[in-house]
Design a protein around this ligand. Structure first.
Ligand SMILES: Cc1cc2nc3c(=O)[nH]c(=O)nc-3n(C[C@H](O)[C@H](O)[C@H](O)COP(=O)(O)OP(=O)(O)OC[C@H]3O[C@@H](n4cnc5c(N)ncnc54)[C@H](O)[C@@H]3O)c2cc1C
Length: 619
């Protein structure tokens, strides 16, 4: 990781020098902001963390809670989310704290004595080579903490603004022509307990305010889908139990079709039980919410029979009611409140889609929503990119949410079926395994748009499917001979990345990559584009004198040379072979949210220039 870029500081090196709106950042939310984010859950916080690296704009993250989140909700962290958190410098901490899972154990009624459960089998969560990171279990509180630290250390010095509740918003009629067309009414609760009305004018608003989103309602949108909710008694507990798989992730199905999802938690002792309390009509009297904890514990013991759980301490418990629902739209363009061609208000996360707890999607998908939107808003609000870029948020994420909800419905229905109604004894496990990559977010593939090219040159880099997430691989860095993951050299600084895979001549010799570098030098703005070169030769066989200047940009106030952008292959782990890269070379363009935007031949500098110019016209 790079720091002290503009000279040595004796303070915490991870705290970047304050810049722009981070210098003398006001404590209170100002009357005028560029981006106002409502809700400091996972979706809003990751968008804020990404925007914290855009010091030219004012972003504020308002949250009605008066304090940091302490206990709550999600705990299933997909490896795709760990990959994402790596760009916020938090993967190693998450892995140090989390409980790793490799398998899901399936328990079912014993055919000889259906009132008791037996272990059916255990299924791998994901193919091992899908990511270098594992699937883990960790409270969402810690993910948010790590994102908050990134934000606070960023040049903007951002922190959540606790104690501000969103009430409503209006959008000016002529929103395309106005700078701050969205007027937002908030109520602020002071430490004394008194409240005051606060009005903020914003260029853009993100509604990340959860399933009962007032931002969504203020646009006149509804969540549509299931008529009924499924209710779960959820408890994080310390307990004595003779259930042998208490440290494994388990799906436990009783004779009646009632299920428990058992989630071992971080730290070695804590575990969570999601106890199935059945379907509840949406217009019910909500009495399920009054289900006493003792009843949830008794139901758990009934399902687990012949095993028992004797609870010693309940750290957190809740009745969680949720259905499969999707918002009408993910931005304001079709709202009656809006008349603009380009969006001004967005909804992300649970505000626009809700899922069952069974597949552990909610937090993971919400994080990808916020990650998708953050960099786009950062560049548009900073004046780097055209407003059309913002249309791609809903175009990309609505489709993903719709497909995930369809999948989740299928999975929930299958899980709810009594054992005697299943097609085969292994139907549940087979479905789980066959859909695991989809559920974990690896099948997300964005369609061609201004930020995703057609697959014209896909064959030059077959292992980097266009529209899919960039899958890391190991390489050797030339300047210091360190072997590392190429994908981990990207930080969430909002830059587009060019992975320039060289053609076969030795570094320093005349080659297509040398010509490419000649074209790129002075043309690519290193504050917007991060270009890295990967040669076909082993990294020990050449040095930085052989690497063209385009890959050695000057950075910071001291105009220092960045030497960390040139790599060679490892013996026995050749990235060209692993990712099916042509020996004629290729340029793989990767978006700030880690999705492959396109593949270009080294010789097609005109095509690459046009594509990048569409995103950054002033470059
Ligand atoms: C019991 C439970 C277990 C879950 N388990 C999992 C799991 O294992 N894996 C998984 O992926 N997902 C799980 N989920 C779902 C997951 O928690 C959500 O999908 C995820 O938190 C959604 O993130 P979000 O940021 O969209 O919304 P939220 O996390 O709901 O955050 C919304 C934020 O907005 C704030 N807010 C709301 N209204 C306002 C307002 N008017 N003004 C200002 N602030 C406001 C709220 O206080 C909150 O902080 C679980 C959920 C629950 C309830």
């Amino acid at each position: 990781m790079q720091f002290h870029v503009s000279g040595y500081s004796t303070k915490d090196p991870l705290t970047l020098p304050a810049e722009g709106t981070g210098v003398d950042r006001p404590d209170d939310v100002p009357e005028q902001v560029d981006v106002l984010i409502v809700g400091a859950g996972p979706a809003g916080t990751i968008a804020a963390a990404q925007l914290s690296r855009f010091p030219g704009i004012t972003t504020r993250l308002v949250e009605r809670r008066g304090h940091r989140l302490e206990l709550a909700n999600a705990d299933g962290v997909h490896s795709r989310t760990v990959e994402t958190m790596a760009t916020f410098g938090a993967a190693h901490q998450i892995l140090a704290e989390a409980h790793e899972i490799t398998d899901m154990a399936f328990w079912k009624p014993d055919p000889k004595n259906p009132s008791e459960i037996i272990r059916d089998n255990s299924t791998r969560e994901l193919p091992q080579d899908i990511s270098e990171f594992p699937q883990v279990l960790l409270t969402q509180v810690r993910l948010i903490d790590h994102l908050n630290r990134f934000m606070k250390n960023a040049p903007t010095r951002m922190e959540p603004d606790y104690g501000y509740e969103f009430n409503d918003l209006q959008i000016s009629e002529n929103s395309d022509a106005e700078d701050y067309p969205v007027t937002v009414q908030l109520t602020r609760t002071l430490e004394s307990g008194e409240t005051e009305d606060v009005t903020v004018r914003a260029k853009y608003v993100i509604g990340a305010d959860g399933a009962r989103s007032k931002v969504r309602k203020s646009l006149g949108y509804r969540l549509r889908g299931d008529q009924a909710n499924h209710a779960w008694g959820v408890m994080d507990i310390y307990a004595d139990t003779d259930f042998p798989d208490v440290r494994k992730k388990c799906t436990i199905k009783s004779e009646t079709g009632r299920t428990i999802l058992l989630i071992p938690r971080e730290g070695g002792y804590l575990f969570r039980l999601y106890v199935d309390l059945g379907e509840v009509a949406e217009d019910s009297d909500k009495s399920v919410r009054d289900t006493p904890l003792e009843e949830v514990i008794k139901t758990a013991n009934d399902i687990l029979s012949p095993y028992t759980v004797t609870v010693k301490d309940v750290v957190w418990n809740s009745i969680y009611e949720v259905g499969h629902r999707l918002a009408d739209h993910f931005d304001d363009r079709v709202s009656e409140k809006s008349s603009g061609e380009h969006p001004r208000v967005f909804i992300v996360g649970d505000a626009c889609h809700t899922h069952s707890a069974k597949a552990g999607q909610g937090m993971n998908v919400s994080i990808q929503d916020g990650f998708n939107l953050g960099w786009k808003l950062g560049h548009v609000a900073s004046g780097n990119s055209p407003r059309e870029l913002l249309n791609t948020y809903s175009e990309e994420r609505e489709e993903i949410a719709r497909r995930l909800i369809e999948f989740d419905k299928e999975w929930s229905t299958l899980m709810a079926k009594p054992a005697n109604q299943l097609g085969s004894a292994t139907e549940v496990e087979e479905f789980y395994q066959s859909t695991a990559e989809f559920n974990a977010g690896y099948m997300t593939q964005y369609e061609p748009s201004m930020i995703t090219t057609e697959a014209t040159h896909q064959k030059l880099a077959g292992g980097y499917p266009i529209g899919r997430r960039f899958k890391s691989a190991r390489v050797g860095r030339v300047c210091d001979l360190v072997e590392l993951h190429l994908g981990h050299q990207a930080t969430s600084d909002g830059r587009v990345r060019l992975y320039v895979f060289a053609d076969s001549p030795a570094p320093g010799e005349d080659s297509a990559v040398k010509d490419w570098a000649g074209w790129a030098e002075g043309k690519l703005d290193p504050t917007l584009i991060d270009a890295k070169v990967i040669y076909q030769q082993p990294y020990t066989e050449f040095d930085m004198l052989d690497v063209p200047a385009a890959f050695k940009p000057r950075v910071g106030h001291l105009d220092l040379v960045d030497l960390e952008n040139a790599f060679g292959v490892l013996e026995g782990e050749n990235i060209f072979e692993q990712r099916e890269i042509s020996r004629d070379g290729a340029v793989v363009v990767v978006r700030p949210d880690q999705y492959v935007a396109g593949v270009f031949p080294l010789t097609d500098t005109e095509g690459l220039g046009d594509f990048l110019g569409g995103i950054f016209p002033n470059m």
